[in-house]
Design a protein. Sequence first.
Length: 240
Amino acid sequence: MKRQSIRKALILVSFILFPVTLYYFSPYLIIEALLQNVIAGSFIVFGLMLLTSIVFGRVFCGWLCPAGGLQEAATIINDKRSKFNKGKLIKYLIWFPWVSAIVFLSWMAKVRLRIDFFYQTWYGISISDPYGFIVYFAVVFLVMILALIYGRRGFCHTVCWMAPFMQAGQWIQRKIRSPHLHLVTEPSGCISCQVCTKHCPMSLPVMELVSKGNIEDMDCILCCACADSCPKKIITLKLK
């Protein structure tokens, strides 16, 4: 379980640093900056999410996401498995028009675009004024309330605007069939104890996936909670 201790420490630190990093995950700031012909830090961060997910999947969600850290802390209050499947469409209803606006504004600006990674931050720090704290607490409230109402990673399943970028990267990987980080298993060793399913923070039916011999799922965040909890150690993380 040492790996899980390290992972949880990383996402907890990520959440603690959220007042510093908030604007680098801001969908609004990308649009505001493009209207001024600026490529902001958030534009670059989301681009990196897409590109790195082709190889590393949703590792960011499981190991570095500040919203993930807050949600896993919320399991102290509500640790129920999330069953809000229909809500998964919401994040795409947010994502598609937003990305369309980004593409359109980028095309309109063309060669006039300039890069300002620290756009709207104070020496790289996101929250530096009263308005910034209002935005911060509003985001924290949204993440927390969805996790408390819908259970494990409720925000991830419903309105997360970051997940679609990484899922797009996963889709690209499947099309080009490139080497990538993923979980593999040996179904014959499964004893159907359901421990892996119980420990999955994304509420995936891990044991069912194991029985099929393929654990790859668009919602898997590669946290390895299933692998570390499996008494038979038949789930492993590999890059191939």
